[in-house]
Design a protein around this ligand. Structure first.
Ligand code: 13P
Length: 255
């Protein structure tokens, strides 16, 4: 598989951090830190910072994403945000199925699929998160679990739409714990995700899909993780909130 066939993408997932005012300050620091990137740079911010982020990132190489989206087009869904609302703001990307949504907000593989399809239909690029818990890893079911999550998330998604799909492998036990997967563990699962994509869509499509690793990726370990043939980028939590650390990760992906 040829890594050069796909785009390296470093995406920050800010989670529930930064007011809009603080977001503006962070983006001011991020713009110079990533301006020489030779990879795609994305920041996924809370809904309340999206307007600020889109405005500030205009004319820069930073693309803006949201952290979630509802699957209905509109209607009586108090507190929810539709894909059209994001598109109208100038948002380009959205994360779906993050393990924190699965864990705390009753997200299931089926609702991940509904969100992914709604977002793709609206023209958004979708970062689909998959990954096993520590218990599942210890039970030896990581590959089966991640295969299943990937397959269900992509039900009804066409080969053409796969151009706008990124898969993020995020082992739950590595998120926010400082305990990163080894580069071999990340490679093994990212490769098995690409294998499923090949089964679903054929080799050519599978070779073109960006598969990211996420989970305690930082300025110190990004180089090693990104050196692996099937690790095409990163979805970064904590380290995306520090301009210098994020800049270093982006530089590692640009080599
Ligand atoms: P951390 O980088 O803070 O471990 O978070 C990873 C993550 O969940 C990105 O979506």
């Amino acid at each position: 598989m040829d890594k050069a066939k796909r785009k390296a993408i470093i995406a920050g997932n800010w989670k529930m951090n930064k007011t809009a005012t603080e977001a503006a300050e962070l983006i001011d620091a991020l713009i110079p830190a990533v301006k020489d990137a030779d990879c795609e740079v994305v920041i996924c911010t809370p809904f309340t910072s999206l307007v600020t982020a889109v405005e500030k990132c205009k004319g820069t190489n930073i693309h803006v994403g949201a952290e979630n989206v509802h699957f209905e087009k509109s209607g009586a869904y108090t507190g929810e945000i539709s894909a059209d609302m994001l598109v109208d703001l100038g948002v380009e990307y959205v994360i779906v199925g993050h393990s924190e949504r699965r864990q705390y907000f009753a997200e299931t593989d089926v609702t991940v699929n509904k969100r992914a399809r709604a977002a793709l239909a609206a023209g958004l690029k979708v970062i689909v998160c998959v990954g096993e818990s520590l218990e599942q890893r210890e039970q030896g079911v990581t590959e089966e679990l991640v295969r299943m999550q990937t397959k269900i998330a992509l039900l009804g998604v066409t080969a053409e739409e796969m151009k706008n799909v990124v898969i993020a492998y995020e082992p739950v036990w590595a998120i926010g714990t400082g305990r990163t997967a080894t580069s071999d563990q990340a490679q093994e699962v990212c490769a098995s995700i690409r294998k499923v994509l090949g089964e679903l869509y054929g080799e050519t499509v599978a070779e073109g899909v960006t598969v990211q690793y996420g989970g305690s990726m930082n300025a110190g370990n990004a180089d090693e993780l990104l050196s692996k043939p099937d690790v095409d980028g990163g979805l970064i939590g904590g380290a995306s909130l520090k301009a210098d650390a994020f800049g270093t990760i982006v530089a590692a992906a640009s080599k």
